[in-house]
Design a protein around this ligand. Structure first.
Ligand SMILES: [Zn+2]
Length: 316
């Protein structure tokens, strides 16, 4: 427990946690089991950490980091040295990125985050209900200094490029075999507002033909029309249809926002994803972190002040 959570901070860009603990219940997308989850406030420097309350004989804390990602088949899964894992973290991570929450303890009694409706909308509501607290510590960010990319040699690639401020994202998907999806492109400059209004609502999707294969692999057992857009060739099976024409590519953007937040802090740069998935984004972060000349960790307040001074000198 934390004795006190500070609400006053000297910093414009600061670390953040939530005000109150907040519970929710749902089911695991891949295991199909019922999951109880509680989001809890955490102190400065804590980071984003899962706690498996159903595990009592091993280390049950699983911190989120690009290098604790242990599986990227169909979802992003993190694990610790004792082999304790938490899967399907990406949409919750997207919501944490959207609000800039840097410190939180997420307790759950299952190896999977509840999928809710397949988007990040319910996590946004949960975090807003819990309230957000600014903490008295400067926010750091990863500033991209040079182009870094990961290409899987099969048509999918991801890149990070330098940019002056903030994180912008371009995404492209091309499902030639499915007319219901086809080719879609999406671009966004990430902020709390744009995340909430334009990204959080987009649901995950899958193909009817793949359902049996996935279930044989022990995946998608909790998947249903309540939490997945199911595509059958040129048709969307869900009666209610799509929430937007481009919901598919917006969902891929949500996945990218969540996966990029494995760094635990915002990125100053531009991300481009072409037909990519969780594995590609994680490989990109590993390549970035392995090359010390490709990034620097900056204090965001200092960086923004230096940028403003530089810009006003340029325009003078
Ligand atoms: Zn997703």
């Amino acid at each position: 427990m934390i004795a006190e959570i500070k609400t006053l901070t000297a910093y414009k860009n600061c670390e953040k946690t939530i005000q109150n603990a907040i519970p929710c219940t749902g089911i695991g997308l891949h295991g199909g089991q019922k999951v109880h989850m509680v989001l809890k406030p955490a102190e400065i420097g804590h980071g984003i950490v899962f706690k498996r309350t159903d595990v009592t004989d091993k280390d049950n804390l699983v911190p989120v980091s690009y290098d604790t990602v242990v599986d990227t088949r169909m979802c992003t899964c993190v694990g610790n040295a004792d082999g304790v894992t938490v899967g399907t973290i990406e949409h919750l991570m997207g919501a944490l990125a959207g609000f800039g929450i840097t410190n939180i303890l997420i307790e759950l009694d299952s190896p999977e985050v509840p999928v809710m409706d397949g988007s990040a909308a319910d996590y946004v509501t949960l975090i807003e209900c819990a309230g957000i607290v600014k903490q008295d510590a400067p926010l750091k960010a990863v500033k991209i200094l040079k182009d870094v990319s990961f290409d899987d040699g099969r048509g999918a690639c991801v890149c990070l490029y330098p940019a002056e401020e903030g994180l912008s994202i371009d995404f492209m998907i091309d499902f030639a075999k499915s007319k219901a999806i086809g080719r879609q492109e999406y671009s966004i400059k990430l902020s709390e507002r744009t995340f909430k209004d334009s990204v959080a609502y987009a649901r995950t999707f899958g193909f009817l033909q793949e359902v049996e294969t996935l279930r044989a692999m022990g995946l998608a057992r909790g998947g249903s029309l309540d939490n997945v857009i199911v595509v059958d060739g040129d048709k969307v099976v869900n009666k209610e249809g799509l929430r937007s024409e481009n919901e598919f590519v917006v969902h891929k953007t949500l996945d990218a926002v969540g996966d990029l937040y494995q760094l635990g802090m915002p990125i100053i740069g531009h991300f481009s994803g072409v037909k990519s998935g969780h594995a590609h984004t994680n490989q990109l972060l590993r390549a970035l972190m392995a090359d010390k000349s490709a990034y620097e960790i900056v204090n965001l307040d200092d960086y923004e002040e230096a940028l403003t001074q530089f810009q006003s000198r340029k325009s003078a």
